[in-house]
Design a protein around this ligand. Structure first.
Ligand code: ZN
Length: 175
């Protein structure tokens, strides 16, 4: 297993529409393992393939209390088939470090997907799991946290991210 680099906003690769997974092989298994490791290491509760520069419809989530690593779920070629209710909650994103913004999501969802072997399954989710799934699902269509915000919050987040990149490049050791 290996850690992958997490792409940060405003990298254009985050805006692309990801392509369906058609081959379920060892390479896919390795990608999923790497993504899980990268998510846990960040730490985060969800990570979509486009966030590690892979243009594929696939994400991993683990919404169990932080650090427990008790509920890893893998969604390949997912389709949200049902949504109901509305919840407003604060969300972060590994592609937007140090940013937390309120986003409205459906309260309950149903999702159909395939596992890493290509076997189909269906899941009904609520609470935090439903929210994380909707967030990661967005990534597959190039939709980001910032796209859910009003124009004022958008500008603010854009500015904060510019500052974050600047701070990071200044912090690099000079060699
Ligand atoms: Zn995200």
């Amino acid at each position: 297993m290996a850690l992958r680099e997490i792409i940060k906003y405003p990298d254009k690769r985050l805006n692309e529409i990801a392509k369906p997974v058609t081959v379920f092989d060892k390479e896919l298994e390795i990608l999923v393992e790497d993504m899980a490791e990268t998510m846990y290491s960040a730490p985060g509760i969800g990570l979509a393939a486009p966030q590690v520069g892979i243009n594929k419809r696939l994400f991993v989530v683990d919404a169990s209390p932080r650090g427990e690593k008790a509920d890893l779920r893998i969604f390949v070629n997912p389709q949200i088939t049902y949504k109901s209710g509305k919840v407003l909650g604060e969300e972060g994103c590994l592609s937007f470090p140090e940013i937390y913004e309120d986003v409205v999501r459906a309260e309950i969802i149903k999702i159909q997907a395939q596992n890493v072997k290509g076997e189909p399954f269906e899941l009904e989710a609520s609470d935090i799991l439903a929210v994380v799934i909707q967030h990661e699902y967005d990534h597959l269509d190039g939709v980001l946290l910032i796209n859910h915000l009003n124009i004022i919050r958008k500008k603010l987040v854009d500015r904060k991210m510019k500052q974050w990149h600047k701070k990071k490049s200044n912090a690099k050791p000079s060699k």
